[in-house]
Design a protein around this ligand. Structure first.
Ligand code: GDP
Length: 440
């Protein structure tokens, strides 16, 4: 998958910051030098890489470090936000016409995956309840019409073709046909060439002028890296596209095109192709992509933290009890101890990919663990081992003893019960299966 090398290198750059209590300007600059090299090695456009690291440096130096984050985590957070912004920020949806049919013009070089993605898009739109019509406007490549028919049939979408007629005429007739037959989206599969040439561009411009498409989606092959970005720039200069479909991300180990397209062309990546099958099409989410790039590295840090701080033997014992479904309040108490060793909860959760951003404004109070502990400490040993003993009057006593409310005692009892129930789901699997399920 894309970004493997980049993820590793970024995580190395951040590792060096990890043990610093306070970051100096030169720490940040040194880390950003490494980030820039990593981006260049991932085939990111050099101007994009430079702008990016400049932005991060500017923000990282002189920024107040949030209380719950270490300085290194703060830098990762800024890089994450800037990576998201670099790839377009918000995801971009298809703009549908207020009056159907919506016309989507697909364009791109030969072999970029244009025909395949015409069908993928049709399949996705169909699943959303739309009725797309595919149109064969590539009249030059001998097998193009047949290929569209084959993939169209697989996607369950009708194909409109007129053989070797003028593509502008074909497009116009197709739109008429769509109106007559109730197709609310028309996807034009236009001709490609091996290289951008004037004749092709003229033809595409003519189609654009005559049918005024709602979307002009350029299909580019991510495996061609910066070439793909240059193609995008040329197409956009000549045709003014509305978005990009980045294909073959499954085979792209570097990720340079994904990171550069928006910045270089100003146009968003709307979808990405992740395989040859028709269902291998994803809406491009810049924030998820950024987490994917940074996520693994950060998860590794989390794992390292846990490994360093967790008392292995105690954890094993709890795990064993959990598997035997014998978990009681003593075990919960031990777990709380372990969690507390790892630092503030927000910091721990923030390292889970995708969660970091959502937690920014979340109010997580670490004292909750202390309160739960107080409740358990107010229980007798017998109660901790056999929670079913805890009746109404015991609950009152425990609440009074811990200075908490009875509802909180109830909540904790419920939590233990839920954990026991969850563990029950793993029983019945083989021993290995149980362990694996727990590790997830
Ligand atoms: P066109 O000439 O631009 O219409 O390109 P095609 O749609 O014919 O695709 C060219 C080749 O790329 C075909 O073999 C497709 O199966 C393959 N292809 C298209 N998209 C993807 C993708 O997202 N991932 C992978 N692995 N292969 C793809």
């Amino acid at each position: 998958m894309a970004f493997e090398g980049l993820s590793d290198k970024l995580s190395n750059a951040f590792k060096k910051l990890k043990n610093k209590g306070k970051l100096t300007e030169s720490d940040v600059k040194e880390a950003m030098r490494e980030v820039r090299l990593a981006l260049l090695e991932a085939d990111v456009n050099f101007k994009v890489a430079k702008n990016f690291t400049n932005k991060v440096t500017e923000r990282a130096i002189g920024q107040d470090v949030m209380e719950s984050l270490t300085p290194a985590q703060m830098v990762v957070k800024i890089v994450n936000e800037e990576l998201t912004a670099l790839m377009g920020g918000e995801e971009e949806k298809i703009k549908f016409a207020s009056k159907p049919p919506t016309v989507i013009m697909m364009c791109g070089l030969q072999g970029s995956g244009k025909t395949t993605h015409t069908a993928k898009l049709a399949k996705m739109l169909k699943s959303q309840g739309r009725r797309p019509l595919l149109v064969a406007c590539d009249i030059y490549r001998p097998a193009a019409i047949d290929q569209l028919k084959v993939v169209g049939a697989k996607a369950g979408a009708p194909v409109f073709e007129m053989g070797k007629k003028n593509p502008v005429k074909i497009a116009k007739e197709a739109i008429k046909h769509a109106k007559d037959y109730g197709n609310d989206v028309v996807i034009l599969d236009t001709a490609g060439r091996l290289h951008i040439d004037e004749e092709l561009m003229e033809e595409l411009k003519n189609i654009k002028k005559e049918v005024n498409p709602d979307e002009i989606l350029l299909v580019i092959d991510s495996m061609t890296g910066q070439d793909a970005v240059n193609v995008a720039k040329s197409f956009n200069d000549l045709l003014e596209i509305t978005g990009v479909i980045l294909t073959k991300l499954d085979g792209d180990t570097r990720g340079g095109a994904a990171l550069s397209v928006k910045e270089v062309t100003g146009k968003p990546i709307k979808f990405c192709g992740t395989g040859e099958k028709l269902e291998d099409l994803e809406v491009f989410h810049p924030d998820r992509m950024a987490s994917r790039i940074l996520g693994m590295g950060d998860v590794l840090t989390l794992i390292e933290d846990v490994e360093a701080k967790l008392d292995e033997k105690k954890a094993e014992a709890v795990a064993k009890k959990m598997m035997e479904n014998k978990m009681d309040f003593n075990d919960l108490l031990q777990q709380f101890e372990q969690i507390k060793k790892m630092g503030p909860i927000k910091g721990i959760l923030g390292k889970i990919p995708g969660l970091g951003k959502q937690l920014e404004n979340a109010d997580i109070d670490d004292r909750q663990i202390d309160w739960c502990e107080a409740i358990i400490y107010s229980m007798t040993q017998a109660e901790r081992e056999k929670p079913s003993l805890i009746n109404a009057s015991r609950k009152k006593r425990i609440a009074a003893g811990s200075g908490r409310k009875v509802e909180e005692v109830n909540r904790l009892l419920k939590q233990l019960e839920q954990m026991q129930k969850m563990m029950k789901q793993f029983t019945g699997k083989g021993k290995k299966g149980k362990r694996r399920a727990m590790m997830k």
